[in-house]
Ligand binder design. Structure first.
Ligand code: FAD
Length: 354
């Protein structure tokens, strides 16, 4: 059973087929969304292929081949789903959708996968449900008192929504910068980040990327909650950023220490009024439906093992490509391949013991 048909789920399905399995008799792919595209179909309209980092090719088919418009201004929320759709067709990966898995449980050594419509059963699970469904907002004192709106990256559609509102943009990553850029053109903004942001002039630093992946991998192998691998890319010094500097909107404040009825407050007593707090504070694995079958540590994390740390150490019949160190398009690709192979190996070993 493959749950989720984003980059990780499609890569896993491709490799399961390559290992000789047939969709239908041997495995099925479920996805909560009504169309192809994984979480990319939900991205805000102004996120274009020139403003995302990079979409890595799925195995066996190049993304570029599927772009019918030259240039890089194509909306990511259209181009990537189009690519995934053609990919599913080319490799005969039939996805059952929309099927949202609500709960998974074990009975007589089989997994039961419960959606609103159907109850499926399986010997093993490749869970590739990504992070989009689980936005993360850190806790700050007073959050419940705030009379304005608290939104997350996930809620952003267009900057126009914020017109006339005073907006506190929280976060030092690429999403925060992109949304700050757009919102600051239509209304007053205050930017807060935990650490002073670092802008990079050159291309993405591969060495820093590898280091970040290794660090997150180490965390999940020890059962700790993963940190983000895509947040380490640094902030590119793009023409938009140069313009934001010129407009004075990159005047960054440290994190506030408390939220009040009508704004935010810093440790030194300084206060700012706000109508909206926009949290660009990332995502966590969307694993709620697996709570009955995933062994969690006291830290809240899951001990991962296997070649790319995609196998749940205490339940090797469950694999999580796209979780932790593989939560990037390149990582999800590789993780899908490894998860397919390692799950098959686990099930074959279990079978030979019976
Ligand atoms: P997803 O694409 O999230 O797919 C998960 C699928 O699972 C979805 O189709 C969903 O419908 C389905 N699903 C979820 N829950 C259930 C359920 N309970 N039952 C059934 N189906 C379910 N990474 C990069 O490498 N480069 C980038 O440029 C980049 N840009 C990003 C920009 C933004 C704004 C964000 C938020 C993330 C970005 N990322 C980027 C990270 C990106 O999300 C991952 O790299 C990758 O796309 C995740 O793939 P995935 O297959 O793990 O998950």
């Amino acid at each position: 059973m493959v749950i989720g048909a984003g980059q990780a789920g499609l890569s896993a399905a491709y490799h399961l087929k390559k290992l000789g399995l047939e969709i239908g008799p041997d495995f099925i792919v479920l996805d909560a969304a009504s169309a192809a595209g994984g979480a990319w179909q939900y991205r805000w309209p102004s996120l274009t292929l020139s403003t995302v980092n990079k979409i890595h090719d799925l195995p066996g088919m190049a993304f570029d081949e599927t772009l019918d418009t030259a240039g890089t201004t194509v909306q990511a929320s259209i181009a990537v789903p189009h690519y995934f759709d053609l990919y599913e067709q080319k490799f005969g990966i039939r996805v059952f959708r929309p099927v949202k898995v609500e709960n998974v449980y074990l009975h007589n050594d089989r997994f039961y996968i419960d959606s609103q419509k159907t109850l499926f059963s399986a010997m093993g699970i490749i869970n590739a449900t990504g992070t989009w469904e689980n936005p993360y907002i850190p806790a700050y004192p007073g959050a419940e008192l705030f009379m304005g709106e608290q939104l997350h990256t996930k809620d952003f559609k267009t900057a126009d929504y914020f017109k006339g509102k005073r907006v506190v943009v929280v976060g030092g990553g690429i999403s925060a910068i992109q949304l700050l850029d757009q919102i600051s053109k239509v209304t007053a903004t205050i930017w807060v980040t935990r650490r002073p942001p670092v802008f990079r002039e050159g291309p993405f630093d591969d060495v820093a990327g590898h280091k970040a992946v290794a660090m997150v991998e180490e965390r999940v192998r020890n059962g700790l909650i993963p940190s983000s691998v895509v947040s380490v890319t640094g902030l590119p010094l793009s023409p938009e950023v140069v313009d934001m500097k010129r407009r004075g909107v990159l005047n960054r404040f440290p994190m506030f220490s408390e939220i009040t009825r009508d704004g935010v407050k810093w440790e030194d007593g300084r206060e700012e009024k706000a109508d909206v707090i926009l949290w660009n504070t990332g995502f966590r694995g969307a694993l709620e439906h697996l709570k009955a079958v995933l062994p969690r540590e006291e830290t809240g994390g899951i001990i991962m093992s296997g070649r790319l740390a995609t196998m749940v150490a205490k339940e090797p019949r469950i694999h999580l490509p796209g979780y932790g160190p593989s939560a990037s398009t390149i990582g999800a690709n590789r993780a899908g391949a490894v998860a397919a192979r390692e799950l098959m190996a686990t099930l074959n070993i279990l079978e030979s013991h019976h």
